[in-house]
Design a protein around this ligand. Sequence first.
Ligand SMILES: Nc1ncnc2c1ncn2[C@@H]1O[C@H](COP(=O)(O)OP(=O)(O)O)[C@@H](O)[C@H]1O
Ligand SMILES: [Mg+2]
Length: 428
Amino acid sequence: MMQENINVMARVRPLSERAGLNQKSCLSVDAANSTIYVEKNKEFYKFNKVFDENASQEAIFDTVAKPIINGFLEGKNGTIFAYGQTASGKTFTMLGPNINEHNDDNGIIPRTIKEIFSVLDAKVENKPDSFKYSIKCSFIEIYNEQQYDLLKKTTLKNNINKIAIYQKATFGKAEEKEVESYDACLKLLKHGWNQRTTASTSMNERSSRSHAIFIIRLATEELAETKVITRSSCLNLVDLAGFERQSQTNNIGVQIRESYAINNSLSTFTHVIRQILDGKKFISYLDSKLTTLLRDSLGGNSKTTVIFNIHQDAQFITDTVSVLEFAKSVKEIKNTISINKSVSCEDVETWKTEVLRLRQENEQLKSHQQHDEITDKEAYQRVMLYFENDTAQTKARRVEIQKKTAEYKRRLAMLSVKKDDSDSDDEL
Ligand SMILES: Nc1ncnc2c1ncn2[C@@H]1O[C@H](COP(=O)(O)OP(=O)(O)O)[C@@H](O)[C@H]1O
Ligand SMILES: [Mg+2]
């Protein structure tokens, strides 16, 4: 276990290119020294890394996501948040302008999927007999303090399936889809993203008012020396709702309620961070859906990076300063990270013994199935009746034995254990 501060990075988006907007920047960026200077309050903000408006999606991925992915691949949980006011570039950073297989503009999520599969597939190619993995994904949207499953196909009116959130910080009831390749995973991401966009066009501003979380779960099994090492880890990729000021928006009715719900989950997020920094014993993670889901990422067992998206347009200066001040406090949070790894207590001797034991059981079952020699008619009928019920079970058990034996032999072969009589190749 080790303690590590949350990594805080900032990315300043370019001013809009639309003609006639007459935008002015309210800050200057010194990428080499990782600082942002705000003229109005004469304040320098220093972070782990600062990107100016010319930073490429690739550079962002390499610096922000790669270290988290490397940890994830060795069994550490990881989280990447994008935080900032509406239109500051959160979705651009996490997803990109659209999701395509070959797109230089792809954001962190599609690039992460590509990287994960390419590393894992290379490992399998390298050690086909001693390394296995499985990847499962879910995609959740939190809107108005309700959780929706973006991977579930439904014909509900709003096109999105609402799911209950449980008090335990698990994603238990969201659909987890197993995916075997980069293509399949990207397809899943696109599907979820379309569901989110569909919902947002039928409900004004929904996508900027909701949080979207793409979750990747990895389980690996590796043979090392005489042990089986299993690892599991979870990666949360989060596109947060826009930071929005009541005073600067003209919300009415339903919109106020939505806005409140968003601000509630965002303000719980900030409140939780404050409690952690103050060393409070009780942290109110359960006060919002977002913090319930992501409690491990804030002060828990996760390598976490928050990328603060900054709008440099002078008209947003008040919000920009609040975001920068908030970023300054997030830097202080420490997470305690451990590797979710277990080493089996089985070893070569256990496998050999198991092969022998399975072979004996198999022999018994074999003779059990060979009933030709029985001559006594009544006994024969009794046995036949017994076998009718028993045959399927016996067959299934023998198949299971074959599989297990093959697996143990694979491990032994992999370890180049000297062949002895426990490993003679008789037919099962
Ligand atoms: N770094 C960037 N480079 C080019 N365009 C960007 C950048 N960041 C944001 N944009 C553009 O600005 C607009 C708003 O960005 P978006 O990611 O939707 O903001 P948010 O998700 O924070 O509301 C989009 O049209 C997006 O393509
Ligand atoms: Mg967005």
